[in-house]
Write a protein that binds this ligand. Structure first.
Ligand SMILES: O=C(O)C(=O)C[C@]1(C(=O)O)C=C[C@@H](O)C=C1
Length: 376
């Protein structure tokens, strides 16, 4: 029997029903005072930038009495919203490729599969794509719970901030690229290869992935050569070419490259999470549960960092990230990346930033965005 075709009109009706359902849930939640910050906005407005409002999603998950898991609801919402939004306003987002890197999975978690997700060869190219307006968004890893910061991304953020500051001239630069979201993604690494585990002579991956599995590798593949690759999916394509080479990467990269999964969950820390920043040329809307990131340089003198930190204590602002980063051209001088809960629309945040600015040699706001739950 021939399969019955679904017409475009039927699909539109289904979309409408789902959007109505979302709106109903949001409206009920708003009426109950459960979405105080979202008051007056429809769920569709809230998702205009292609991202499900975390409060609406949370409400739908918490009020679900059906058989679906929270992860399944999240995935359904994400793909529906991605599809509905793409029909109106296509989204193009760049990520470190090739296909099925962890960055790709983070981009899918954020924008869904209906968005145009563009693989590029380096993290710097992700920034270039957004700065040159070829992509509205970019997704870049900034820190991992086991391995710490991702220096390539911080270097690009520092460069953005230098441009925004007019390279120290005090004039505002041409770029408005900023952080407009975060995706904390659970990272489960797989060992991928063509042959048996006993044939492996070298293991390739992005250095961050190799480092997140170093104890497992030492215990299970002692003496094999560890080689850096530009990404985990690039490593998977190297492993596809050489039977004595394995890669550390995603399960999806194994399928894409015709490899077997030789071992699963080989990360040293079961709670392995990488936090990705979503960068874009437009500021994110305030949600009421936001964080703000900035980068500043404290004067090279005793107590300057302690004075800077005291500002956050005084204004009761909770820090969620602090990272020191050496300034390559100036030995002994450091940039400090900071993130805290709050939004510059709040008076205490405005005051704290103004005080910090006075104490800094330079300061750039990197963006304010919704605080997100871990996905995956
Ligand atoms: O190589 C990849 O698959 C990436 O997306 C990059 C990257 C990283 O550099 O942190 C992203 C997340 C994982 O922690 C490991 C690798």
């Amino acid at each position: 029997m021939a399969a019955k075709k679904v017409t475009a009109a039927q699909l539109r009706k289904l979309d409408r029903q789902l959007v109505d359902l979302l709106n109903e849930r949001a409206a009920a939640a708003i009426a109950n005072g459960e979405l105080a910050e979202a008051r007056g906005e429809s769920a569709v407005d809230q998702t205009a930038s292609g991202v499900a409002d975390p409060a609406v999603l949370k409400y739908a998950i918490e009020n679900n009495d059906g058989p679906l898991t929270a992860n399944a609801i999240q995935a359904i919402f994400r793909e529906l919203l991605s599809g509905i939004r793409s029909a109106n306003q296509p989204i193009r987002a760049a990520y470190l490729g090739p296909a099925y890197t962890y960055s790709h999975l983070a981009a899918i978690a954020r924008f869904g599969q209906s968005a145009e997700l563009v693989p590029v060869a380096t993290i710097a190219s992700v920034f270039d794509e957004v700065e040159q307006g070829h992509a509205q968004f970019g997704v870049v890893p900034i820190e991992n719970s086991t391995d710490g910061r991702v220096a390539d991304s911080l270097e690009c953020l520092a460069r953005l901030s230098a441009v925004a500051n007019g390279n120290g001239s005090g004039e505002s630069g041409a770029t408005h690229v900023q952080i407009c979201g975060e995706v904390p993604l659970r990272i489960h690494h797989c060992l991928l290869g063509r042959g048996a585990r006993s044939e492996i002579r070298r293991v390739c991956s992005k250095p961050q992935a190799l480092s997140q599995c170093r104890n497992w590798l030492a215990a299970h593949l002692p003496g094999v050569k560890l080689e850096p690759a530009s990404s985990s999916a690039e490593a998977a394509s190297l492993a596809a070419a050489e039977p004595d080479t394995a890669a550390i990467g995603t399960e999806q990269a194994a399928v894409n490259n015709g490899l077997s999964v030789l071992a699963r969950n080989i990360e040293d820390n079961a709670e392995n999470v990488t936090r990705f920043a979503v960068i874009g040329a437009r500021a994110a809307d305030r949600t009421g549960r936001d964080k703000t990131a900035l980068v500043f340089e404290a004067p090279h003198e005793p107590g300057s960092l302690a004075d800077a930190m005291a500002i956050f204590k005084r204004h009761r602002l909770n820090l969620t990230w602090i990272e020191s980063f050496p300034i390559p051209s100036a030995r002994g001088r450091y940039l400090f990346f900071l993130e805290f809960q709050g939004h510059p629309a709040e008076l205490r945040v405005k005051r704290a930033i103004a005080s910090l600015q006075k104490k800094s040699l330079r300061l750039s706001l990197l963006g304010s965005y919704a605080e997100s739950e871990v996905v995956g």
